[in-house]
Design a protein around this ligand. Structure first.
Ligand SMILES: *Cc1c(COP(=O)(O)O)cnc(C)c1O
Length: 417
């Protein structure tokens, strides 16, 4: 469910017409619905109510401060993957004890900053990282809580780039490595190993890979318990899939029903790290049609937004629905052929959608749907294009939560030598 709906022939975000937002703030423009974000967060919360988990929103998915604040203000913690995200977490006053920090490549500086802030735990992804955090904690004369990221060797059905729980990926450690670390835990004098973490992938529509991974964790936790080793946290990561096209993903409720029995047996404090599920369908990218180009082979709808704003189609071959913001446009570009919706970037991989049946004319606005997750946060300045503006609709009003970049923003920090 989301709050982007047509009334008559016009697309609305909550109670505001998207066309007027596009005129007021310009295009390309990301528009987010606070109602949808809160609704999705509440759905996860309700589904797992019995366990009272800590829900750490995955900041990398949409790291706009206002989006993060919406969730933090409602009790969410944050799952971070960099020092920059820790900086954002501080700006939105996220309590330190609600922050978990994963990433295979934490730098010394990032580790020290997170230790000083007093985060709940690091999710450690390798042996050398474990030694490094131990050494840095020693230097800072403190003891640090950590979780170990377990690579459960499951392969969810999703794009290979977003499978993270398979053996051949760089993430986490295998069961034997984990066991060895636990058995040798006293050699890490400045670490408390308090948790176990999994994150098997993203845009996962079924519960199977989760169940397989959680079962492996259960075995591991039981083995450790026999060795007298007890843990506090089990972080099951994120990954819940959403509807982009014709997917029929598990709902928060059906997902919870499947995994709750196992989680109860493991009986550790559960941490969830949802990202896409919360914000994916809570955002759209609004773009303007610049030109209609008809060639003998193909038809192109050239728009003012491209892969620098939304790289998912180019990077993953991801599908995003594209709809006219006003359906009553004159049919100038009749659908004799299907059209590719392409951007101005000098790359053939620069497209937002392929073979679409769209009747539009120059100047029309198009909405690229489900662009709330991994969209702005993955955007770039490629081709020296200022990044898009972001608007949050909240309580009947539209707030500019990130202004459009200017040309001077583009060269900020550069010098001519
Ligand atoms: C990216 C990420 C998430 C969020 O994944 P979604 O599929 O967006 O829910 C959660 N945990 C970790 C460790 C991640 O890297």
């Amino acid at each position: 469910m989301h709050d982007f709906c047509f009334r008559k022939n016009s697309l609305y975000c909550e109670d505001l017409p998207v066309a007027s937002l596009a005129k007021r703030f310009g295009t390309p423009l990301f528009v987010y619905s606070s109602k949808t974000i809160i609704d999705h967060y509440s759905k996860i919360k309700a589904a797992f109510k019995k366990l009272d988990p800590l829900i750490c929103y995955s900041a990398k998915v949409n790291s706009n401060l206002s989006v993060m604040k919406l969730l933090v203000a409602r009790g969410a913690g944050l799952d971070i993957v960099s020092g920059g995200e820790l900086y954002r977490a501080r700006l939105v006053n996220c309590p330190a004890k609600k922050i978990v920090y994963a990433s295979v490549g934490k730098t010394d500086r990032e580790i020290k900053e997170a230790i000083s802030y007093g985060i709940l735990m690091f999710t450690v992804e390798s042996l050398p990282e474990l030694a490094r955090i131990n050494a840095l904690a020693k230097k800072l004369r403190t003891k640090v809580d950590i979780g170990l990221r377990f690579n459960p060797e499951v392969k969810p059905k999703t794009h290979s780039y977003i499978v993270t729980g398979a053996k051949e990926t760089k993430f986490g450690m295998d069961a034997d490595t984990l066991k060895n670390i636990f058995l040798r835990r006293r050699s890490y004098s400045h670490l408390n190993i308090v948790g176990i973490h999994i994150h098997v992938g993203s845009q996962i529509t079924e519960s199977k890979p989760y169940l397989a991974a959680i079962k492996k964790v259960k075995i591991l936790v039981q083995q450790l318990s026999r060795e007298g080793i007890s843990l506090k946290f089990f972080d099951i990561g994120g990954g819940l899939g959403i509807i982009y096209d014709k997917e029929k993903p598990q709902t928060a409720k059906t997902f919870a029903e499947k995994v709750l029995p196992l989680l109860k047996e493991i009986s550790l404090k559960v941490i969830l790290e949802p990202g896409r599920f919360i914000v994916g369908n809570a955002g759209i990218l609004v773009t303007k049609v610049l030109y209609l180009k008809d060639t003998s082979r193909k038809k192109f709808i050239i728009v003012d937004s491209g892969m620098n704003d939304l790289i998912r189609p180019s990077l993953y071959g991801a599908y995003h629905k594209i709809v006219p913001v006003n359906k009553n446009s004159n049919f100038e570009f009749r659908n004799s052929k299907l059209a590719d919706v392409v951007g101005p970037i000098c790359e053939s991989g620069d497209f937002l959608g392929k073979d679409r049946d769209l009747n539009v004319k120059e100047g029309d606005f198009l909405a690229v749907m489900a662009a709330g997750a991994y969209s702005f946060s993955m955007s770039s300045n490629y081709n020296s294009r200022p990044r898009a503006a972001e608007v949050l609709v909240k309580n009947g009003k539209a707030y500019l939560v990130r202004r459009r970049e200017s040309y001077t923003d583009l060269v900020k920090g550069e010098s001519i030598r």
